[in-house]
Design a protein around this ligand. Structure first.
Ligand SMILES: Nc1nc2c(ncn2[C@@H]2O[C@H](COP(=O)(O)OP(=O)(O)O)[C@@H](O)[C@H]2O)c(=O)[nH]1
Ligand SMILES: [Mg+2]
Length: 296
């Protein structure tokens, strides 16, 4: 049997986390149409007869704007060096640009086994696919390119068998009942952040961190989650809460429903909004909110 770790690399929003979730068959990483959704390296683990694939989801490739984004970029860079193979995820729907080519070449140059998933083919004209694949090939990219759709489950079987063939022979690295290296508490915080990414615009979600204060069963049998939404500015707090608390109530309600699905039990959720100015530029606060840039 084969087993190993595959770094999933690509531009922000390419569809990395969505692809890992469908391949693993469970939600291990949150997804949104906005960049900077994934902040941490997250492992998603797939067990099949052929062996075990440990997918390392990464925050993607960013221009460095503050301490948080440079930490995210560092996480991506470090992950790409510690793995057996690379799955480069390209958003086919966005076309192929010079910068895409440069990026694919940069990771190909690491010399690890690598393939390219050309994803989101469900929302683009089919004729464009062979032309783009040819462009990549003519630019000197010799890695195999797999046109796939994570959303519609297209060509995933072919992609998976190609991924297995990149891995060395060996025993599983993780127990076979584990799907992620992250805790339930981490996922619950991430689910809250996902709903904020989906509900609010512009800088609001990017400036938010979630701190879980209480996470556990209560005496009455309900499962209690008590968390702070930490934002950067007083006016962000007002927007997060909304008129008569309506916006926050909605976001929290969506989050609670997803948490219940994820944990498989009723959740009693309490949410507070707090302001910590410019936390994204302060190393101490980044650590406090769990963004160490180090592996756990
Ligand atoms: N139509 C379509 N949308 C997708 C597909 N994969 C991802 N997306 C969407 O693309 C956006 C970014 O996805 P995400 O997985 O968060 O990207 P990441 O930043 O690379 O992890 C989300 O809105 C996803 O729903 C796909 O196969 N088809
Ligand atoms: Mg992601």
């Amino acid at each position: 049997m084969r087993s190993g770790t595959i770094a999933v690399i690509g531009k922000a929003n390419a569809g990395k986390s969505t692809l890992i979730n469908v391949l693993v068959g469970e939600k291990v990483a949150i997804v949104s149409p906005k960049p900077q959704t994934t902040r941490d390296r997250i492992l998603g683990i797939l067990n099949r007869e052929e062996g075990q694939i440990v997918f390392a989801d990464t925050p993607g490739i960013y221009r460095q704007r503050n301490e948080l984004t440079s930490l995210m970029m560092r996480t991506t860079e470090n992950t790409s060096k510690e793995v057996d193979a690379i799955l480069f995820v390209h958003d086919g729907h966005a076309g192929v640009s010079e910068s895409d080519i440069a990026l694919i070449k940069k990771y190909a140059a690491l010399g690890l086994p690598m393939i390219v998933a050309y994803t989101k083919i469900d929302i683009m004209p089919e004729e464009k696919i062979p032309a783009d694949v040819k462009t990549l090939y003519e630019a000197g990219i010799s890695q195999d390119v797999y046109p796939v759709s994570a959303r519609k489950g297209k060509n995933l079987r072919q992609l998976l068998s190609a991924l297995y063939s990149l891995l060395p022979e060996g025993e599983p690295l993780y127990p076979e009942n584990v799907v992620s290296d992250k805790s339930e508490k981490f996922m619950v915080a991430e689910i809250m952040r996902e709903k904020i990414l989906l509900k609010y615009d512009k800088e609001i979600p990017h400036g938010v961190a979630i701190v879980v204060n209480r996470f556990g069963p209560r005496e009455d049998g309900m499962f209690e989650v008590n968390l702070d939404i930490v934002c950067e500015k007083q006016n962000h707090k007002a927007i997060l809460i909304g008129k008569q608390g309506k916006a926050l109530k909605e976001a929290a309600s969506f989050a609670r429903q997803d948490m219940e699905k994820f944990l498989g039990r009723k959740v009693f959720l309490t949410v507070y909004v707090k302001v910590r100015e410019d936390w994204r530029d302060k190393g101490r606060m980044l650590r406090e909110f769990g963004y160490s840039g180090e592996e756990e």
